[in-house]
Design a protein around this ligand. Structure first.
Ligand SMILES: [Zn+2]
Length: 278
């Protein structure tokens, strides 16, 4: 179809042609523009992706190539302290694993005092025979140099660790909710330790008690002790009701007796442990 101006309607056709040409140019230029924008967006996305990968690589390198050596020194209290020459816990072992690659590699939050490093691993060794077939998860510990670590109020001098409450379903260990990384901190349980998201899943108090007893045994052998356990106040009775819970209750290990509601509510999906030096 041609709009070239001919005959007596020359001026009208010329106008039409100009409009058509203008419209075509507009159409082409908007297509070109959107194509250029798309290419630019792709380019920006590529750069963003590259920047993210470099960031992950640089942050992870610090943990991947970290070498534990010498002795650590914890300075100051758990809520206002730091640590020198911290040890990095292994990401996983035969019956334990750190809970989040993001927290471990990117945030670098699996550092502890050297003696606690030994104690935690010795504790898991004991659990290999006392908690048959149970796989445990370590949650956040301290930064490489300690100091404040949002949102934790403590965890500053390498002597505080969080441990995931083991879960069970129909009497067997249930691991699905162990694999949700940092979202694990957001789980909620009812007054008996039944998971609100799935009523068939509940806290395995027996193996939790066995793990704490194993850590205390290991700590004593290494010149340390469990100074304090923080676990949701109204769940302690369920814990102490189990066979190993009774031994735990009479062991003298100190459990927090009362907590502000906001802190109390956070300590059902994990139990917090502070170690002390003998
Ligand atoms: Zn904690």
């Amino acid at each position: 179809m041609s709009f070239r101006p001919t005959g007596h309607c020359q001026s009208t056709n010329a106008t039409k042609y100009k409009y058509f040409e203008f419209a075509m140019r507009l159409n082409i230029s908007s297509k070109v523009k959107s194509t250029v924008m798309w290419i630019k967006r792709q380019g920006i996305m590529r750069w963003v992706l590259l920047a993210v990968l470099i960031f992950i690589g640089v942050r992870s390198t610090s943990q991947i190539f970290y070498v534990n050596m010498g002795t650590s020194k914890s300075i100051g209290p758990v809520h206002k302290g730091k640590i020198q020459n911290a040890y990095l816990l292994p990401y996983s072992g035969d019956n334990y694993k750190y809970f989040s690659p993001f927290s471990y590699y990117i945030l670098g939050r699996a550092y502890v005092h050297s003696t606690i490093h030994t104690t935690v691993l010795d504790g898991y060794k004991i659990c290999e025979s006392t908690c048959d077939g149970i796989s445990f998860r370590v949650m956040e510990c301290s930064n490489k140099k300690g100091g404040s670590m949002f949102p934790h109020r403590t965890h500053q001098n390498g002597t505080s660790l969080d441990f995931m409450t083991p879960l069970m379903k129909k009497g067997k260990q249930h691991k699905f909710f162990d694999r949700i990384g940092i979202f694990r901190y957001a789980l909620n349980f009812d007054k008996d330790g039944v998971l609100k998201l799935n009523k068939k899943v509940s806290i395995d108090y027996e193996n939790m008690a066995r793990h704490i007893l194993a850590m205390e045994e290991a700590a004593r052998k290494n010149g340390m002790y469990i100074k304090k356990v923080i676990f949701k106040i109204n769940l302690k009775d369920n814990l102490f009701d189990t066979e190993s819970g009774k031994r735990l209750q009479s062991s003298g290990i100190y459990f927090a007796q009362s907590l502000p509601k906001s802190i109390d509510n956070l300590h059902d999906d994990h139990y917090h442990v502070d170690f002390g030096f003998l």
